[in-house]
Design a protein around this ligand. Structure first.
Ligand code: F42
Length: 320
C-alpha cells in the first residue's frame, strides 16, 4: 500500500510546506494539493513544494478542465515536473458544482471535457502539437506525467479505467470500493488495459490521534460536508436516510455548523470517514487493500493536531 496525503492550502503557505516536508520525512510517497479558487493557488503551492522537498511526488488533487484551458494545465504540470525534477502527477476531475455556480461556469458534459483535457495534456507534454498547431516549447522531465482522475460516479470511474494512470476516489468505506473497482476494471478492459496498470487511491476523510474520541470529533465537520454532497446512490449503499443530503445541506447553507456536527452519528462516521488511533487505522486500511485499493490518501482533517497525526500515520506506514 502506498501512502499519500491531501493538503487543502487554506493554511499559511509556510505551514503547507512544513507539513508536506514532515509527511515526506515520515514516509508518505504522494502529496495531493486541492484546487479551489478560494484557497491559495494550487500551482504556486506546488512549485514551492517542489523546491522544498526531495522525494515525495506532488500534484493537484484535483484540478478540473473548466477553470483553466487544458493547454495552460499542460504547461503548469510540465513546469512543475521540471522544478521537481520529475516528481509531478496530475490529478484532474469534474470539479464541484457549488464552486462553478459561484464562478458562473457552466458544468457541462464533465466526462467529455475531462477526456479531452487529458488528451490535450498528454499530447502537449509529450512534445507533440494539437490540431490547432499549439505546442509547448519545452519538454517535462518525465516521459509521461502520470494522470490521476478524481472520480466517484460509475461513468467517471469507467472513464478513469479507460484513460487514467490512477484514480482518486473520495470514499472511505470498503463498500464504496466494492462498487468502484469493478467500474474501473470495466473501463480499463474496454480500452484493452488491465486494472493492474491503475493506481486505485482511496482519498479518505481521516482523523488519527492517540485519543480516539478526539480523533472522531475532529472529523465530524468534514463528514457533515461529505453527507451534504452525497448523491442518493451513495446514501443507499450505506443504508443512510434518503434525506441525509438535504438535511446536512440545509444546516451548512444556513451556517449552522454546530448543528451539523451534532447531527453526525456513528452510521455517518462509519460510512464517510476512517478515524481512531493508529492501531484502529491499520485493519481499516487493510480492508480497503483487500478491495483493490493500492494507495491510501490521508485526507482532511488528518487529525486534531495535524503534525502529530502525520507522525502517527508515519509510524504505521512501514507496517504495510
Ligand atoms: C460529474 C460527476 O462525476 P463524479 O466523479 O461523480 O463527481 C464527483 C466528484 O468526483 C467531483 O465533484 C470532484 O471534482 C470532487 N473533488 C474535488 N473537487 C474540486 O473541485 N477540487 C478538489 O480539489 C477535489 C478533490 C477531489 C479528490 C478526490 C475526489 O474523488 C474528488 C475530488 C457525475 O455526476 N458523474 C456521473 C454522471 C456522469 C455525467 O455527467 N454524464 C453526462 C454525459 C457524459 C459526458 O459528460 O459527456 C450526462 O449524463 O449528461 C457518473 O460518473 O456516473
Amino acid at each position: 500500500m502506498k501512502f499519500g496525503i491531501e493538503i487543502v492550502p487554506s493554511m499559511p503557505i509556510d505551514e503547507v510546506v512544513e507539513v508536506v516536508k514532515l509527511a515526506e520525512d515520515v514516509g508518505f510517497q504522494y502529496a495531493w494539493i486541492t484546487d479551489h479558487y478560494n484557497n491559495r493557488y494550487v500551482y504556486q503551492v506546488l512549485a514551492l513544494l517542489a523546491k522544498e522537498t526531495e522525494t515525495i511526488r506532488i500534484g493537484p488533487g484535483i484540478t478540473n478542465p473548466y477553470v483553466r484551458n487544458p493547454a495552460i494545465t499542460a504547461s503548469a504540470i510540465a513546469t512543475l515536473d521540471e522544478i521537481s525534477n520529475g516528481r509531478a502527477n496530475l490529478g484532474i476531475g469534474p470539479g464541484d458544482k457549488a464552486t462553478f455556480d459561484k464562478l458562473g461556469i457552466a458544468w457541462e458534459k464533465p466526462i467529455s471535457r475531462i477526456k479531452e483535457a487529458i488528451s490535450i495534456v498528454r499530447t502537449l507534454t509529450a512534445g507533440e502539437a494539437l490540431d490547432t498547431g499549439a505546442k509547448l516549447d519545452y519538454k517535462p522531465v518525465q516521459e509521461k506525467i502520470p494522470v490521476y482522475m478524481g472520480a466517484q460516479g460509475p461513468m467517471m470511474l469507467k472513464t478513469a479505467g479507460e484513460v487514467a494512470d490512477g484514480v482518486l476516489i473520495n470514499a472511505s468505506n470498503p463498500k464504496d470500493f466494492e462498487a468502484a473497482v469493478p467500474n474501473i476494471k470495466e473501463g480499463a478492459e474496454a480500452a484493452g488495459r488491465s486494472i493492474d496498470e491503475i493506481d486505485v487511491a482511496a482519498y479518505t476523510c481521516t482523523s488519527v490521534d492517540e485519543d480516539p474520541e478526539k480523533a472522531a470529533n475532529a472529523a465530524k465537520i468534514v463528514v457533515a460536508f461529505i453527507a451534504a454532497g452525497s448523491p442518493p446512490f451513495v446514501l443507499e449503499r450505506h443504508g443512510l436516510p434518503a434525506d441525509t443530503q438535504q438535511k446536512f445541506g440545509d444546516l451548512i447553507a444556513k451556517g449552522d455548523f454546530g448543528g451539523a456536527i451534532a447531527a453526525v452519528d456513528d452510521a455517518l462516521m462509519e460510512a464517510f470517514a476512517i478515524v481512531g488511533t493508529p492501531d484502529d487505522l491499520v485493519p481499516k486500511i487493510e480492508a480497503l487493500g483487500e478491495m483493490g485499493v493500492t494507495q491510501y490518501v490521508v485526507g482532511s482533517p488528518i487529525g486534531p493536531d495535524m503534525k502529530k497525526s502525520i507522525k502517527l500515520v508515519g509510524d504505521i506506514i512501514e507496517s504495510f
